[in-house]
Design a protein around this ligand. Structure first.
Ligand SMILES: [Zn+2]
Ligand SMILES: [Zn+2]
Length: 353
């Protein structure tokens, strides 16, 4: 039966981005796979701030030139495997990361696969099928435990970025950590940090987000639209010292700068949110030098963190379902993206082909 479906069907439904806020649901060819590749039938794709950015501006400088399929947080079932693929077979439930490293370059050899010189990205999660290239099949395609749903599994990619950032920042139990920005990423930080025993101060601009931050365990929530946010943060740290760690998860000039004024002497800030390209910021050199502030930043994930993320979801360390606030059909994608642009209070929406 499966074979019959394969030969009689050549097209699939997919969302194609044509430009600014122009996404169309079309019938396009099902990708053909070659040796070492895997065809996955998508069961869930999650909306993400990056996709929203791509939809709003109509392209992605490094990855998406329209017309193009897009979407990158996905899980599904193996439909077909190429020659030489031994670890996967049709019917397996899997999650794929959105990139695969080369394993050969300078960075890969130092386990900095996130900075791989030949990082291969995939896009096209808002579709019925997606082709998983060799680099991902080799390292970033994982089989799902039965108890992990497709929706939850699709969170692996963003969660891996968060886990890597936390590890890289060096946070200890009892540390006071400020998280700026309560979008899905910021809320993931809150949950993971709480599970590690950190004291978390959550800064967000919308009341719905702050309520979520409280539900996820934040010890203090602060409305970031207040004029004296820095002062408010200092008030909830011992002796107005400032936070041990500040994680910026917005990606704006203002919040990057704010992060520096909230951290204590000798503290660390992690500039996790990426600003629009070409953004320059001013640094207070006196503050950084005499207060010995460490500035870190994080981009992307590694195969190890992809595994750790799936494990964290499997063990229930993350209330994955609370981050997914709705489910819609692929044909409704345009409406979903418009709704998210209007900041209706939704976090992530699961798109089901
Ligand atoms: Zn994403
Ligand atoms: Zn590499």
């Amino acid at each position: 039966m499966r074979e019959l479906i394969k030969v009689t069907r050549e097209k699939m439904t997919a969302a194609v981005l044509y430009g600014k806020r122009d996404v169309r649901i079309e019938q396009i060819p099902i990708p053909r796979i070659g040796a070492g590749e895997v065809l996955v039938r998508i069961k869930a794709a999650l909306t993400c701030g990056t996709d929203l950015k791509v939809y709003r501006q109509g392209f992605h400088a490094r990855m998406i030139v329209p017309p193009a399929v897009f979407g990158h947080e996905l899980s599904g079932v193996v439909e077909e495997v190429g020659e030489g693929v031994e670890s996967f077979s049709p019917g397996m439930r899997v999650v794929a990361a959105n990139s695969g490293p080369c394993n050969k370059c300078f960075y890969c050899k130092r386990h900095l696969e996130n900075l791989c010189e030949n990082l291969e990205f995939i896009n096209g999660a808002y579709a019925e099928f997606i082709k998983i290239p060799q680099s991902i099949v080799r390292q970033n395609l994982l089989i799902l435990p039965d108890s992990v749903s497709f929706r939850e599994a699709a969170l692996v990619e963003p969660l891996a970025c968060v886990l890597r950032a936390i590890e890289n920042t060096g946070i200890e139990e009892g540390d006071t950590v400020v998280v700026i920005g309560m979008g899905p990423i910021g809320l993931m930080f809150v949950q993971v940090l709480k599970s590690m025993g950190a004291r978390v101060v959550a800064l967000g601009s919308r009341s719905s987000q702050l309520t979520m931050a409280e539900v996820m365990g934040a010890d203090h929530v602060i409305d970031s639209t207040h004029s004296n946010v820095v002062e408010q943060v200092r008030k909830v740290t011992d002796g107005r010292r400032g936070a041990d760690v500040v994680i910026e998860a917005v990606g704006s000039k203002e919040t990057w700068q704010q992060a520096m004024s909230m951290v204590r002497r000798g503290g660390t800030i992690n500039l996790f949110g990426g600003c629009p390209s070409g953004t320059n910021i001013m640094l207070d050199s006196t503050l950084i030098h005499y207060s010995e502030i460490t500035i870190k930043a994080n981009f992307h994930h590694t195969p190890r963190h992809i595994r750790e993320a799936l494990e964290a979801i499997h063990r229930g360390k993350l209330k994955a379902q609370s981050l997914i606030t709705g489910e819609e059909k692929l044909t409704a994608l345009r409406n979903v993206l418009e709704r998210l642009l209007n900041r209706n209070g939704d976090l992530k929406i699961a798109i089901i082909p």
